[in-house]
Design a protein around this ligand. Structure first.
Ligand SMILES: C[S@@+](CC[C@H](N)C(=O)[O-])C[C@H]1O[C@@H](n2cnc3c(N)ncnc32)[C@H](O)[C@@H]1O
Length: 193
């Protein structure tokens, strides 16, 4: 199986791979619609691309987006000031349905009551905070916020640190099936029992 870096390389060198690599952006809003989810949180908003798409496709969805938009000298965080501005512009299109919280995801969880979210979309793979311990703590912090039967959806949950964190927590996993096929980068979803 290709590593994430190999997938990134393929995706930047070939238009078909690039297209497939981004399919999750289309598949996630479809999944939320199929499940008739009304309240959710996206952990890791960046410039608001998936945040905006989910809200656009789901007219009754109330979505909270959490990001600390920390700016670093290089790497994926270097553009975070611009990302935050774009995310705020996108959120403004959806009025009260879109709420952005600028905080670390571990702190932001305190603002949510237990058992209130239909889903948590976890999009923090491959960042500075990406260690098995961090993911395990983050998932343990956010799971109580979900309703019974709610879904924890992760982009790249099948990749190393995250996969190890989830296995360590001992969850049973369902593949996330959207209209009869599994979405490659939304490979695993956990439904709270
Ligand atoms: C993969 S990006 C999110 C991509 C986004 N969902 C999209 O549609 O393009 C991950 C984001 O998580 C944020 N982030 C990383 N660690 C964080 C933490 N501990 N608390 C809050 N945000 C964090 C980063 O600032 C970055 O914007």
């Amino acid at each position: 199986m290709d590593t994430l870096n190999q997938k990134h390389e393929k995706a930047s060198s070939n238009w078909l791979a690039r297209y497939q690599y981004k399919l999750w952006r289309r598949d996630l809003p479809i999944f939320l619609k199929e499940q008739s989810y009304r309240t959710g949180a996206e952990l890791g908003v960046k410039a608001g691309q998936s945040f905006g798409r989910c809200l656009k496709a789901n007219s009754e969805l109330q979505l909270w987006g959490v990001d600390n938009w920390k700016v670093s000298d290089s790497g994926p965080y270097a553009q975070n000031r611009k990302h935050e501005e774009r995310a705020r512009r996108i959120a403004a299109r959806f009025g009260q349905r879109a709420q952005l919280i600028k905080a670390d995801i571990l702190d932001a969880a305190k603002a949510f009551k237990d058992g209130t979210l239909d889903f948590v979309f976890y999009d923090l793979f491959n960042y500075r905070t990406s260690t098995v311990d961090f993911h395990r703590q983050a998932i343990q912090t956010w799971l109580p916020k979900m309703k019974q039967d709610g879904a924890l959806i992760g982009r790249d949950f099948h990749e190393n640190h995250l996969s190890d964190a989830l296995d360590a927590l001992g969850y049973g996993w369902d593949p996330l099936v959207i209209r009869g096929r599994e979405s490659p980068r939304l490979g695993r979803a956990f439904r709270k029992e």
